[in-house]
Design a protein around this ligand. Structure first.
Ligand SMILES: C[S@@+](CC[C@H](N)C(=O)[O-])C[C@H]1O[C@@H](n2cnc3c(N)ncnc32)[C@H](O)[C@@H]1O
Ligand code: SF4
Length: 382
């Protein structure tokens, strides 16, 4: 009798580096020059071919098209990518297939193509329901256009939709943020991601703050907004399951869980990152390099790093503590031959007293109270 080999699971991230225009806060790799779209997809298909061995060896459980703005390109490009992957993996174990969309870049035809090719989750960037804030951020849409896109997605029959919100923004009062939360709750999405603004050095926002034209985010206000968010969403049956992510029961993002649980994932496309066979890699970020390297029939990788034992431990604790379910320190102790509790005894006692963390006889997790200072807590425990 043939032995059945249990394949390991794999997630696939595919980066689509095009946007209609650049938002002032964003440092994700994307360009507004759309003339490169056709060539980019031609090369993306070639890159996929180079991973046929990996695609064949694993069981693909999630696919995620991120950006940039994947919804900017014709849906047929997305279909071509999936058909290419299907040449090497029948995708019969695919559980979650997500695409990020921007309001104002989709129409019924595009969403129908998404449905047809098996996409079962849509993540849509709203950021705020306040039109002045959206304008200040350089978003291409207002709240009303967002509503049109959201309703269209529901009409076509998507029943797993995630919304992105941002807080700690210049000129954003707590009342404005509260109004965004209330409006979003009424829309009843299955999943909400909410990010505290990070001012990245390469962005227009950074320069505007430096020149004193926009105000720097206020840490205390940012924390108050986060606490309000946790309270309001909690009251409305959204569970905080990761620092920035909330969902209705059963709608946690399976793809992101792969990152946080340190499972294998392939990163395809410009600037994409992957983690396969305990090696992390990052693709090049310039289009020219991406095209040239692929022309030489080589994977367009900028750097690969083997993860040593110490880094594995570090990542496991850091990523695990981002999740509300926390880490299993008993397993960690066994795996790395350490005594986690003993090594951090003093910090743990203090954090327990302050009710920032909780633990039982095998797990330790950051409490909802602790989540707003999670970075400080994690730093103390690694
Ligand atoms: C990959 S991005 C872009 C998705 C999509 N293109 C959009 O803008 O709607 C995913 C999310 O990251 C968040 N984000 C991007 N830059 C950020 C920053 N500097 N600080 C905090 N959140 C950020 C935004 O909420 C954004 O929707
Ligand atoms: S936030 Fe989204 S739409 Fe705006 S520039 Fe970044 S990737 Fe593009």
């Amino acid at each position: 009798m043939m032995m059945k080999i249990n394949k390991e699971i794999l997630g696939i991230y595919i980066h689509i580096p095009f946007c209609k225009s650049k938002c002032i806060y964003c440092d994700f790799v994307s360009v507004t020059n759309q003339t490169l779209i056709d060539k980019y997809f031609e090369y993306l298909l070639k890159e996929i071919e180079m991973y046929k061995e990996v695609l064949n060896r694993f069981k693909v459980v999630t696919i995620y098209f991120g950006g940039g703005t994947p919804s900017l390109v014709n849906g047929l490009y997305i279909e071509k990518v999936i058909n290419k992957i299907k040449k090497y993996n029948d995708l019969d174990k695919l559980l979650e297939f997500t695409i990020e969309v921007n309001p104002g870049t989709i129409n019924r035809k595009k969403i129908e193509i998404y449905k047809k090719i098996g996409i079962n989750r849509i993540s849509i960037g709203l950021q705020s329901t306040n039109n002045n804030i959206l304008k200040m951020l350089g978003r291409i849409h207002d709240y009303e256009e967002f509503l049109e896109s959201y309703n269209l997605i529901r009409e076509v029959g998507f029943n797993n939709v995630s919304l992105d919100l941002m807080f700690g923004l210049p000129n954003q009062t707590i009342e404005m943020f509260e109004s965004s939360i209330d409006k979003v709750i009424k829309l009843n999405p299955e999943h909400i991601s909410a990010y505290s603004l990070k001012v990245e050095e390469s962005t227009k926002l950074y320069k505007l703050i430096e020149k004193g034209i926009l105000e720097e985010p206020n840490e205390e206000l940012d924390r108050n907004m986060y606490e309000l968010l946790i309270d309001k969403l909690g009251e409305n049956k959204y569970n905080l399951y990761e620092i920035s992510n909330f969902s209705k029961k059963g709608f946690e993002s399976k793809h992101n869980m792969i990152y946080w649980k340190r499972e294998n994932y392939l990163g395809l496309g410009l600037a994409a990152h992957g983690f396969v066979d305990n090696k992390r890699y990052g693709n090049v970020i310039s289009f020219d390099e991406y095209f040239n390297i692929i022309d030489n029939e080589t994977k367009p990788i900028e750097e690969v790093s083997d993860i040593c034992e110490e880094e594995n431990l570090f990542e496991e604790i850091m990523l695990g503590l981002r999740l509300l379910r926390g880490i299993n320190y008993k397993e960690i102790n066994k795996k790395y031959n350490i005594d986690f509790i003993k090594e951090h005894n003093q910090e743990i006692v203090e954090l327990l007293e302050e009710k920032m963390i909780e633990m039982n006889n095998e797990r330790m997790w950051i409490t909802e109270k602790g989540m707003s200072i999670s970075n400080t807590i994690i730093t103390k425990l690694i």
